[in-house]
Design a protein around this ligand. Sequence first.
Ligand SMILES: Nc1ncnc2c1ncn2[C@@H]1O[C@H](COP(=O)(O)OP(=O)(O)OP(=O)(O)O)[C@@H](O)[C@H]1O
Length: 470
Amino acid sequence: MASNSASQILATTKTAPYSKPRDSRFLQSRKPYLNLCCLSQKFSNDNALFCLPNSKSFLLAKELEERNSNNHSPTLREICQDHVPGNVLLPTDVQREALPVLFSGNDCILHAQTGSGKTLTYFLLIYSQINPKKSAVQALIVVPTRELGMQITKVARMLAAARHMDPELEQKSYTVMALLDGGMLRRHKSWLKAEPPAIVVATIGSLSQLLEKQIFKLDSLRVLVVDEVDFLFKSSKQVSSLRKLLTSYSSCNNRQTVFASASILQHRRFIHDCIQQKWTKGDVVHVHVNRIMPMPACLYHRFVICGRKAKHQVLLSLLQSDLPESGIIFVGEQSEKSKKSGQASSTTVLIDFLRASYEGPLDILLLEEDMNFNSRAASLTDVRKGDGYLLVSTDIVARGIDLPETTHIYNFDLPKTAIDYLHRAGRTGRKPFSDERYYVTNIILAEERFVLQRFENELMFHCEKLTMEA
Ligand SMILES: Nc1ncnc2c1ncn2[C@@H]1O[C@H](COP(=O)(O)OP(=O)(O)OP(=O)(O)O)[C@@H](O)[C@H]1O
């Protein structure tokens, strides 16, 4: 971690652009800026991470320095409360445990519940390590899907823009490139040749193409992050390229490697492999948070048993009684056989049904693999408009997608595995420290009850039976 006082302010997040507001509607929608302070290691035993209104962070950093040099050491929380009473956000468990490890230079396996703030944890490391004046790729984040890549690029750019606004920091901006499947590789090539970005967020397919052609060099890489690492290792299309990348580029002394996921099965075996294969350094730290409760406690799980033909009507009744603020309805993928026989997919049938029968205020949207990249991006943009949505989707949004407004998940079709259940369920309950309850409802056939029971045993949760009134 850098040693000067400015380094105490690692990053600043904001929820609206800093450019001059164009009209009063824009002004009204502008939320207060948040500063995110991550304090140097000597403070790390206390609460190391705070969100503060913009103007306060510089005062806070200065005051910390003064009080520290006078050997006066109030708690960080006290100092923050002096400046912004009632407006201090605490670090999540994974942030509190992992940041000291990461700032000590260790490689790390971030293994914590869905929605627990792993993304910010690795970005705080990245922004403490990279130098915007250096024209080289210094941080690489590998993700499994284009959708997750777009989301993470957005977070990176928000942090970069806000850090650029910090008067005490370097005036050169941090550039972030999204190198994702379906993108314009030719344009990326020219960009990489002209002036390499500091941070690259990539899917493994696009990344491998550029690495093979030696257009993309990782000699200056300081931080390599693999997000949803277990998913990538399980994916037959992606695993060999990932292994190749890890073998060639990690485990170097001046580089840190971070693996993140809410589910790392057989993690002892995985850590052993990491060390053996030199994907990480030998002293890699496994930060494993909430080991006995793999899913967030704020989730309330329910199931309804019904016949196959009644499923649509049951879903409609649930939507009418639950009145979700926003919800995601997960549907199983259409089989190749069914596609070949020209049958309509379950997602299409369900969307048509909801559009004809649902009379509530939420927008009904679709997102599935078979849509083209532009339509997929448009669906997510519509979801994020903030008017409330019912998103009918396959597992494509089950990993990493952060839609904090989602209050309800419906498994219209059960997922295939307990791990898939965990990630689908984890698309709700994504507001750390909120004491709200979020709902995961499974609409199942009688013969599927034992499958759900198996998930309950494996993930250690209880699912309550819901009886629908006739
Ligand atoms: N310290 C914090 N205080 C409040 N909110 C936070 C904090 N850290 C992160 N968040 C918010 O929590 C939400 C979930 O964070 P994030 O997307 O990083 O989860 P995750 O652990 O990566 O989950 P998943 O395993 O599902 O990918 C985000 O909306 C993020 O902005």
